[in-house]
Design a protein around this ligand. Structure first.
Ligand SMILES: *Cc1c(COP(=O)(O)O)cnc(C)c1O
Length: 399
């Protein structure tokens, strides 16, 4: 057999991969065997998972898998087509209705992922002559959606309300104005000042788009998310996902009748994409029901967050300020974050290191996330391991 010499493409990619490796920015997957959850088997080893977005512990709730398997017996696996063709199942319709009821909003439209929802919404609602104004720490899907729309994009310093005001005041000539923000910033865990953004948007006639991927199910008395937390009116466009707190997969947009009907006509990531399996909608329906009926999961999650933060304060572990399940420990250089993550893994705790380009340069971190399913002993165990690692002198041992 003749060995083919690397193609021009492969040569270019290999150079790029070497560069990533030299900068400690090379990424690898760890492989999970069996179910996702707090107690998890990773690369063949049992450990405690502190880097999941399954905040309520529903991904491993038998009632979801039961709903999913019984639905799949009735509906099969694939939906077979896009929703406008023949892929819209009554499981999808019921989930949309139940989410609208749960949120108290007129209509909901189901997407196959949060990424697809954000791209679809921004591309449908904004054009070249328009302008979007967004927080610099917005999720990558919002940034790509804004790019895809062709609208001018003004990046505003993180959580800087006066800067939003300045950007809005400077944009009065643009045809349509949009303000777009995460509610809970996914790598920092802090909250956008949504009431202030809503007031500014109203004053300047801008459309407010909120991505509540990490707030839905977690924030608010009943887990209805950031809107309930702030006791504010719903934004023009509300996006949340089903793959995080709800333990399922997919996402949805909530808003007015006109918004949803317009997206049905024009959101390309929805129109031209196969609708999700009906059985996954059935699992999400079970999750919505649990969220509505069993506030104890949220309450346990909040207690776990409080336990972790107070334990960290006692040990002098410098967490970023955050009241959400996302508790970042900023470390700076990528190599440092990687070393600490590796060391914790050796001690049985799985906490992913987050590096550029997911976060800005020199802000590599451990993104510790808490779940309702963590026991107090597991939380104390992680705190102990973190304390030991961080205490060793310039952490020769760990960092
Ligand atoms: C995870 C996430 C998304 C993407 O949702 P998927 O369903 O995973 O595609 C969008 N926005 C934010 C803020 C997220 O954290």
């Amino acid at each position: 057999m003749r060995l083919a010499s690397p193609s021009a493409l492969d040569r270019r990619l290999m150079l790029e991969l070497e560069r990533l490796q030299a900068q400690d920015l090379y990424r690898r997957r760890r492989r999970v065997d069996g179910a996702h959850g707090v107690a998890i088997t990773v690369d063949g080893r049992a450990c405690v998972n502190f880097c999941s977005n399954d905040y309520l512990g529903l991904a491993a709730d038998p009632r979801l898998s039961e709903a999913m398997s019984s639905a799949s017996k009735r509906t099969g696996t694939g939906s077979g087509a896009a929703a406008l063709v023949s892929g819209y199942n009554s499981e999808h319709a019921k989930l949309e209705e139940e989410l609208a009821d749960f949120l108290g909003c007129p209509r909901v439209l189901l997407f196959s992922s949060g990424w697809a929802a954000n791209l679809g919404v921004l591309r449908a609602l904004f054009r070249k002559q328009d302008r979007l104004i967004g927080d610099e720490l917005n999720h990558a899907s919002l940034i790509d959606g804004a790019r895809l729309s062709g609208a001018a994009y003004t990046r505003v310093a993180h959580a800087d309300i006066p800067a939003f005001q300045t950007a809005l005041a400077a944009s009065d000539g643009d045809e349509n104005l949009g303000v777009v923000s995460d509610s809970v910033f996914s790598m920092d865990g802090d909250l956008a000042d949504l009431p202030a953004l809503a007031a500014l948007s109203r004053r300047h006639g801008a459309t407010l788009i909120v991505d509540d991927a990490h707030g839905f199910g977690v924030l608010g008395k009943q887990g209805r998310g950031a809107i309930e937390h702030f006791l504010m009116a719903a934004p023009d466009v509300y996006v949340a996902t089903l793959g995080k707190s709800l333990g399922a997969s997919g996402a949805f947009v909530a808003g007015s009748e006109a918004l949803i009907e317009y997206l049905v006509q024009r959101a390309r990531t929805w129109v031209f994409s196969t609708s999700p399996p009906p059985a996954i909608a059935a699992a999400a329906r079970a999750a919505v029901k649990i969220m509505g009926n069993e506030p104890e999961h949220r309450q346990r999650l909040l207690a776990n967050i409080a336990r972790f933060r107070s334990g960290a304060a006692q040990l002098g572990i410098p967490l970023s300020p955050s009241m959400t399940p996302i508790q970042p420990l900023l470390l700076g250089e990528a190599a440092k974050a990687m070393a600490l993550s590796r060391n914790l893994f050796d001690r049985g705790y799985w906490v992913a290191a987050i590096r550029p380009p997911t976060v800005p340069a020199s802000t590599s971190r451990l993104r510790i996330t808490l779940s309702a399913a963590h026991s107090p002993a597991q939380i104390d165990g992680l705190l102990g391991a973190l304390g030991e690692c961080l205490a060793s002198p310039v952490s020769a041992d760990c960092v």
